[in-house]
Design a protein around this ligand. Structure first.
Ligand code: Q9C
Ligand code: ZN
Length: 659
């Protein structure tokens, strides 16, 4: 088999790289604590990002812009005069003696002689990138700035933030550059902390949809209080244009964030249809962050970003906010810049399911906002919500990273075993080669990537190298065109051989992949007289869908999934399903061959009515081409199923015996 691999433009003719702007300026390193005592928000944060983007060669493929200081009149769009006067002057000599005392009046703020300049550069640089993206001179951009901005309020620096960089740039485009046509801006704040400052600045403004996902813990996580609650939806004309997704606990990871993307942010973004997206890009929800205690991977960030790239014509401006583990920070930013350049997520994998609490939060948010965003009124299917990570009460607080490995006290242990270990046994959590559990990208796939099936092959895919093309993309010797591969490129979790009492035969006169000659089919009905060698690959249902598409020469842009959870349930009783969306393909009939270790075995072949057409001569029965037959022989020999001579005889018999 393996007749039709689709060549997508992505592969044969790679998309031109997008123009991604970058801004960095060493002067932003000069903002520091007064005596240079350690602080998590320090100069190394932007330095490591800049170094990483260079050492990886990514910065060299970006458009590097000069940083600019913001003008007071632009800052004044969101901050009051007293605030501007403070930041403008705080670094001057005359404040030397008073600086620390003034800083101490604010919440989590320090100043030194470099603070003013850094604050003006941070705000001005976000403006600069935003303006260039708005003008279309850049597709997107990343402002690697500090101090961060999203906690800074109208009249008050706080939470390491002096000026609200993102809010200033947003107001600048909407009010000072109307001719650029940016009328609606979506601000996505994925910093682990709530963007209290930004929220307040656009509270009544329907031109700005402010979305923040953050640890909240019912108001106990910084910045605390009710501001970050999902009940805070804006006011007046801005009602419905403020969306908070407040985590109830730490340890949230890719699966939690992606669930929020799929079930809140993306549906709303479709409806809002922004002209630009500005991301308050903190990376303190990253794995390993000392303040955040969450678990988002670089891969996760790149998926979140990639999903947003589908809006606003890809006009995305990212501005650094938090992020305090230098390695996590640099790797996460790198993944994002790569995603911006290529409009695809970086390679990777992540943990299993959202927490149950995540589904609760998502449902609360959807309910709260459903009258403003009708799409949120739909019920999330029960089967989607049923995939979740069991959660236990951890006796010590999980409110920050340091307490992450909270102790489970002795009497809780039994319950923990009952509540966690047992259900986990039944979950098919996937592990990649690094022993990391995996979950994958688009909305439908996050569900299907949690289900394993055996994909049973009888044609050229019995040859592992040939099968690899369907997963990894590419082609092997004898193939006339490459495969696109699967979205999830992870290797099968298990591989085995098995024989089945079905007839193998060769038919059709040519295929795009192998050229002239017949290709393999399996008779969908069993026959005890027959014996076909099949190579079984344990892959996810998501990967199976991608293989199904490639087997049937369909584009990845097809409505998917073709074969979903319902199909999987149905096929156990129906035994086969002809997949309607790929009806024109030769292998659109998915046949159920039983189970192995309680996992369904599926293959793809023709339908019974095709068998009639082969018998009647409407479609030709035909021996395989040499390259194709060799691929099969090689597969059987390498798989130690048959000797070379036996394998040749096996193929020979299958291609000559009448149907
Ligand atoms: N107990 C940003 O990530 N923590 N700011 C103060 C007081 C302040 C974080 C803890 C965290 C501010 C931009
Ligand atoms: Zn933060």
């Amino acid at each position: 088999m393996g007749s039709n691999c689709e060549t997508e433009s992505m592969v044969s003719n790679p998309q031109e790289r997008r123009r991604v702007g970058l801004i960095y300026d060493e002067r932003m390193c000069k903002h520091s604590t007064p005596d240079d005592e350690y602080h998590p928000e320090n100069l190394n944060r932007i330095k490591v990002i800049w170094d990483k983007l260079h050492s990886s060669g990514i910065a060299q493929r970006c458009v590097v812009l000069d940083a600019k200081e913001a003008e007071d009149k632009h800052i004044a769009l969101v901050h009051r005069k007293n605030h501007i006067d403070l930041i403008k002057n705080i670094s001057s000599k005359k404040f030397d003696s008073k600086r620390n005392k003034i800083a101490s009046k604010f919440n989590s703020i320090y100043f030194n002689g470099g603070s003013s300049e850094a604050a003006y550069l941070a705000a001005g640089s976000v403006i600069e990138v935003a303006e260039k993206v708005a003008k279309g001179e850049l597709d997107s951009g990343f402002a690697i700035v500090r101090p961060p901005g999203h906690h800074a309020e109208e009249s008050e620096p706080m939470g390491f933030c002096l000026y609200n960089n993102v809010a200033i740039a947003t107001s600048f485009l909407l009010n000072e550059r109307p001719e650029l046509g940016i009328k609606k801006i979506l601000i996505v704040d994925w910093d682990v902390h709530h963007g209290n400052g930004t929220q307040k600045m656009f509270w009544k403004d329907p031109r700005v949809l402010f979305f923040s996902v953050h640890r909240h813990e019912f108001g106990s996580f910084y910045p605390g209080g009710d501001d970050g609650s999902y009940t805070m939806i804006g006011e007046g004309p801005g009602t419905g244009y403020n969306i908070n997704v407040p985590w109830e606990n730490g340890r949230c990871g890719d699966a939690d964030y992606l669930a929020v993307w799929d079930h809140v942010l993306i549906p709303v973004a479709k409806e809002f249809d922004p002209d630009m997206i500005i991301i308050s890009a903190g990376f303190d929800a990253a794995i390993g962050d000392p303040l955040g205690g969450c678990r988002v991977s670089p891969y996760g960030y790149s998926i979140m970003l990639n999903k947003l790239m589908g809006f606003a014509g890809g006009k995305i401006v990212m501005a650094l906010e938090g992020g305090y583990n230098l390695d996590s920070l640099a790797n996460s930013v790198l993944a994002c810049v790569q995603a911006l350049q290529q409009h695809k997520p970086v390679a990777g994998s992540s943990e299993a399911y959202p927490f149950e609490s995540t589904w609760h939060v998502i449902q609360s948010v959807r309910k709260q906002l459903s009258s403003y965003w009708p799409t949120l009124g739909d019920k999330i299917p029960e089967k989607v919500i049923s995939w979740k990570t069991p959660q236990i009460e951890i006796s010590s607080s999980d409110s920050d990273g340091e307490h992450e490995n909270g102790l489970i006290v002795a009497e809780e242990l039994d319950k923990a075993v009952e509540d966690i270990i047992e259900p986990l046994k039944n979950l098919q959590v996937h592990e990649d080669c690094q022993g990391q559990a995996t979950v994958v990208s688009p909305s439908w796939s996050s569900e299907l990537s949690k289900i394993d099936i055996w994909y049973a092959t009888f044609g050229s895919n019995i040859n592992k190298s040939r099968f690899d093309c369907y997963i990894e993309g590419g082609q092997m010797e004898g193939m006339q065109k490459p495969c696109v591969g699967s979205v999830d490129k992870s290797q099968p979790k298990e591989i085995m051989w098995k024989t089945f009492p079905h007839r193998l035969f060769f038919a059709r006169d040519r295929s795009d992949t192998w050229g002239p000659g017949g290709v393999a089919f399996l008779h969908p009905e069993s026959n005890i007289q027959e014996k076909t060698y099949m190579h079984l690959y344990k892959i996810t249902l998501e990967q199976f869908n991608d293989v199904l598409l490639q087997e049937n020469a369909s584009s990845r842009d097809m409505i998917r999934p073709l074969f979903d959870l319902t199909s999987l349930q149905t096929i156990e009783t129906e035994k086969c399903i002809s997949v309607e969306l790929v009806q024109k393909g030769w292998y659109h009939n998915v046949v159920y061959l039983g189970k192995e270790n309680n996992i369904p075995i599926l293959t793809m072949t023709c339908t019974l009515s095709d068998i009639d057409d082969f018998k009647s001569g409407k479609f030709p029965v035909n021996s395989p081409a040499k390259a194709y037959a060799n691929t099969l022989v090689e597969g059987l020999v390498q798989g130690k199923q048959l000797s070379k001579a036996e394998a040749i005889a096996y193929i020979e018999e299958a291609s000559t015996k009448p149907l």
